[in-house]
Ligand binder design. Structure first.
Ligand code: GAF
Length: 398
């Protein structure tokens, strides 16, 4: 894989070849522009985004790549390597209830741009083809990458004039209203705002963001992802239930969102809430603190000093928020035993991936240990790989 001038890894040559070849095969012509959006790892700050709290994600060196050609009519045509299904719809027909299935991700982002005020009546259609090496269902934001790559491309091709934070909101709106998952603003923000070797500190209330250098290289540290291959889904089940618990906790405690609470409110929360809701609230309050504490520690003492906060975050997700699964707990435990500075599950939970912050020299032994431990437990073989904190979505040279 080659890199940009700023040192961020570009999508693999394999993806770039596949996207152009796939486009030509589907549409019989060459594309006129290429776009890429990365997946993300959340370093810390889980289920805090929809509570107006703090998150600290970074983009990774895995990408969704899209080839596009502008058309002379109002048709949108979307195709991908994920499925044989090619979807065609006129811009005049685009609405949440006319789009479904996998095409809800790319088409939903276009609809949402209109919902944010873009004048889609004056634009002409496009045809696009998508490929990706971000594993689906691994908690690495393959959906946000899809929404964001489309939002970024049409913003530029159609001259819509949105800034990146608004493009993130457009992706989120599509996810909420077209895909139907009640997710927050973190993933699309990570995909669109990240910078190499850094994480993005985002205040999900004000949407103020700052780039926080991770300095992993200087300390010979790296981040290893263990994708448990237990697939999660945010449109159904646990994710929405957790969100509802947080809203209930905030309502009982008389605040707009849990962001308005601090450690000083825990005693009152324990008195007023049932045990389960109390533990959900405690996770969010303490997780917000951990995000800010981690950024402080990182700046003062470097990444080698943040392990305890990562570990505490996992414990809180496992015991208080109850979004971990045995496979994630095992991956975290194995990482700790094999010398990780810290480890935690990342993303929405109920499956997906765990991350370990670890010395580079220990990556291979950690991989072997994960494979052996999962085999011994009778779990599906996990996929273990290093990730590099990378640049956000961009246009690629064609
Ligand atoms: C998923 C959601 F999409 C995010 O908005 C966030 O809530 C995350 O789960 C949990 O931190 O990735």
């Amino acid at each position: 894989t080659s890199a940009t001038p700023s040192g961020s890894p570009l999508p693999s040559d394999e993806l770039l070849t596949a996207v152009v070849a796939g486009f030509e095969e589907r549409y019989g012509q060459a594309p006129t522009s290429l776009w890429a959006a990365p997946g993300r790892v959340n370093f810390i700050g889980e289920h805090t985004d929809y509570n107006d709290g703090f998150v600290l994600p970074f983009a990774i060196d895995k990408h969704t790549v899209m080839a596009v050609r502008e058309r002379g009519d109002r048709m949108l045509r979307v195709a991908s390597s994920f499925t044989d299904e090619q979807v065609e719809i006129s811009l005049d027909q685009l609405a949440p209830d006319t789009i479904s299935g996998w095409s809800a991700y790319p088409l939903g982002a276009i609809w949402a741009a209109g919902a944010f005020g873009a004048d889609l009546e004056r634009v002409q259609g496009i045809e696009l083809y998508l490929v990706s090496d971000i594993p689906v269902g691994a908690g690495l934001s393959s959906s946000a990458a899809l929404e964001s790559v489309v939002a970024l491309a049409v913003n530029e091709l159609w001259g819509l004039g949105f800034d990146r934070q608004t493009l993130a909101k457009i992706g989120q709106r599509s996810e909420n209203e077209v895909v139907g998952a009640p997710t927050g603003i973190m993933d699309q923000s990570a995909v669109l705002l990240s910078k190499p070797d850094s994480a993005v500190l985002l205040d999900c209330r004000s949407l103020d963001s700052s780039v926080v250098p991770l300095g992993l290289h200087d300390e010979e540290l790296t981040i290893v992802v263990t994708d448990t291959r237990v697939e999660h889904e945010h449109a159904t089940g646990g994710y929405a239930a957790r969100r509802a618990s947080c809203e209930k906790g905030a309502a009982v405690l008389g605040v707009t969102t849990l962001r308005d609470l601090s450690r000083d409110d825990l005693a009152r929360a324990e008195q007023l809430l049932d045990d389960e809701t109390f533990r959900r609230v405690r996770h969010v309050i303490t997780e917000n603190e951990r995000v800010l504490e981690l950024v402080k520690t990182l700046r003062a003492s470097g990444a080698g000093a943040v392990g305890e906060l990562l570990d505490a975050s996992h414990t809180s997700m496992r015991d208080d928020f109850e979004i971990s699964v045995p496979e994630l707990d095992l991956a975290v435990e194995v990482a700790r035993v094999h010398g990780a500075v810290g480890a935690r599950m990342t993303g929405g939970g109920f499956g997906g991936s765990a991350i370990a912050l670890i010395h580079r020299s220990r990556v291979e032994s950690l991989r072997e240990a994960q494979l052996a431990a999962f085999a011994a437990a009778g779990y599906v073989t996990p996929v273990v790989f290093e990730v590099t904190p990378s640049d956000g979505a961009s246009r690629l040279p064609l």
